[in-house]
Design a protein around this ligand. Structure first.
Ligand code: AHG
Ligand code: MN
Ligand code: MN
Length: 281
């Protein structure tokens, strides 16, 4: 695992430099989910693939930006699924973005995720590792990632981050979100799941939701690259990650680019979601 963490740190430093100097325009390509790729998405993907291909511990990799799984080392132990530059369309307005890595054993499935790492590129670059019942945060300082502190969620928070298009929400979802605001929660949603989920983790708790909607019944966020890695982080930090009624990590994955509705948060808020969604499942 150490080799993998070192490789992620190395790629994060290169991606930080790419973000600072790179071209924010669109490419002419679409990825498997049908998003137009930015030149930054493609360049970040190339950086990570190049660095991961040098690591003997890695058996296979798969990227949000690529169609297929890539074989790296037959005798490697770990499989890594990654979103090289999450929220990339926010770089041109200078909001925070991130990279997300899910580390799996045996196959790419929620049940087999063993660790996850994400990097936030904001005013500071921070890296969070969820592994062996701990979530630890590091910060890039003078070219090195230094340990800052462990991350733990409170039982109940104050922030609400409701994703997707509101006019496509189910009426019960709208009611749930409205009720949460009526209880005094504050809106915190940038459109980048990495900084939005990082904020909830560091401010002690709250709810981030990306539900199934009339235009996207299975949500937008991808299981292997986005949902499962953050589920590992949230569960390990003492919170929960569900699709409305069940743990997202128990959802079977049919295709590597499958998406899933998802709710991440501290226990109190997730229990509220379960109460509402269990009546409508
Ligand atoms: P990506 O840039 O990798 O395509 O992902 C963006 C994602 C995620 O970061 C964010 O939470 C979500 O898209 C925002 O979607 P909406 O604007 O539909 O809420
Ligand atoms: Mn993404
Ligand atoms: Mn992406």
């Amino acid at each position: 695992m150490k080799q993998i963490i070192d490789a992620i740190e190395k790629s994060a430093i290169e991606i930080k430099e790419l973000i600072e100097t790179g071209d924010t325009s669109k490419s002419e390509n679409e990825n498997s989910t049908g998003d137009t790729q930015l030149k930054l998405d493609i360049a970040s993907d190339i950086i990570i693939e190049r660095i991961f291909k040098e690591i003997p511990e890695i058996k296979q990799i798969v990227s949000e930006e690529q169609e297929e799984i890539i074989d790296v080392n037959e005798n490697g132990k770990y499989l890594i699924a990654y979103d090289p530059l999450d929220g990339s369309s926010l770089v041109d307005v200078n909001l925070s973005v991130g990279s997300i890595f899910g580390i799996y054993e045996n196959d790419f499935s929620g049940a087999n995720i063993v660790a996850s790492v994400y990097v936030v590129y904001g005013p500071r670059v921070e890296l969070v590792i969820s592994y062996e019942n701990k979530v630890d945060m590091y910060r890039l300082q003078k070219g090195k990632f230094n340990f800052i502190h462990e991350i733990k969620l409170n039982e109940k928070g104050k922030l609400n981050a409701p994703g997707s298009t509101q006019n496509c929400w189910a009426p019960y979802h709208k009611e749930l979100i409205d009720d949460i605001f009526k209880d005094g929660y504050r809106l915190r949603y940038s459109g980048g799941m990495v900084p939005d989920l990082h904020q909830i983790l560091l401010k002690g708790g709250g709810l981030f939701s990306y539900p199934g909607t009339t235009d996207r019944p299975k949500g937008k966020l991808r299981q292997l690259f986005e949902v499962f890695p953050f589920a590992h982080v949230y569960e390990n930090a003492g919170g929960q990650a569900i699709d409305g009624t069940q743990r997202v990590l128990e959802i079977p994955t049919e295709h590597i680019h499958d998406t899933s509705p998802c709710f991440f948060g501290s226990n109190n808020e997730i229990n509220r979601v379960k109460e509402v969604y269990s009546k409508h499942a």
